[in-house]
Design a protein around this ligand. Structure first.
Ligand SMILES: [Zn+2]
Length: 282
């Protein structure tokens, strides 16, 4: 049996948020078995909690935002990727603002926080969400299919006619080792021509050259951490979004998917799921 895991101790981090640009103080706390991941807005009256589940997604516009009542938390995907990628089932994430800090634009900071906290086993079996049949979604030329598998494996094709980025392909079986080494450090891509548009929409105010990969038609503005950093980041985003399902065992094959299609696939998986480990079919 694989046991559920939580953090060994509380850890904290202060940083700036990507989209809202505000300073954020964040604490990651251990939580009992079967808690899941819970966000807690300590700046709001009554300290409302927002469970990290598909049902609580309220926006997928360039980030994944969760909400519960009036309380929201933006840009949960990189933290969720680090928690699930490192095998954390249960944790409480306290925040004094409505967005997760950006860190360095990847999941690296959050992986380091988890390592600093330590990981402890909780003596209760983890329940994996498994598929019996393939599940797929397609919208506007973007596609995702999830097929039954005994692990979480993600195959991603990033398709663009951009002269510098090109088409990128990646495939990883997601273990803590692979996540930490191959995916956690990959940053978000922003096309140089989109920066003004994003700012006009009130998004991306906290981003700077160190936190995102910016590409223009004649080249990257900053140096890359991986030659194929873009597709690795897209896979990181899939790990984070799928983390809202808990721990999924499936092979996900994605072409040009983003947060909205990730949500669509998760909704289809929940609709069609037929069994979970440790529980009767439902
Ligand atoms: Zn991302």
């Amino acid at each position: 049996m694989t046991e559920q895991q939580t953090l060994g101790a509380p850890v904290e981090y202060a940083g700036k948020a990507l989209h809202s640009g505000v300073p954020v103080f964040m604490r990651l706390l251990p939580a009992p078995a079967d808690t899941g991941i819970i966000f807690r807005r300590i700046d709001l009256p009554g300290k409302p909690e927002i469970p990290a589940t598909v049902e609580h997604i309220v926006s997928t516009n360039r980030n994944t935002t969760l909400g519960n009542g009036g309380a929201q938390v933006m840009t949960v995907e990189h933290l969720m990727a680090a928690l699930r990628g490192m095998g954390i089932d249960n944790a409480v994430v306290e925040l004094d603002a409505g967005e997760i800090p950006l860190g360095d634009g990847s999941a690296q900071i959050f992986v380091e926080l988890v390592c600093k906290a330590g990981i402890i086993k909780q003596g209760v079996p983890r329940r994996y969400l498994r598929l019996k049949n393939p599940v797929w979604v397609s919208r506007n030329g973007s596609h995702m299919i999830a097929v039954p598998a005994d692990e979480l494996k993600i195959t991603y094709t990033f398709v663009t006619d951009h002269p510098v980025v090109g088409t990128q392909f990646g495939e990883y079986s997601i273990t803590a080792d692979v996540f930490g080494r191959e995916l956690a450090g990959a940053r978000t891509l922003v096309f140089g021509k989109d920066i003004e548009f994003l700012r006009s929409q009130g998004l991306g105010r906290g981003g700077d050259l160190d936190c995102v990969v910016i590409v223009d038609d004649d080249g990257y503005r900053n140096s890359l951490r991986y030659r194929d950093e873009i597709v690795r980041h897209k896979i990181l985003d899939v790990v984070g979004d799928m983390g809202l399902l808990g721990f999924l065992h499936a092979h996900i094959i994605a072409v040009r998917s983003g947060h909205e299609l990730n949500k669509g696939l998760m909704q289809e998986i929940l609709r069609q799921r037929v069994s979970e480990d440790g529980s009767a079919d439902r």
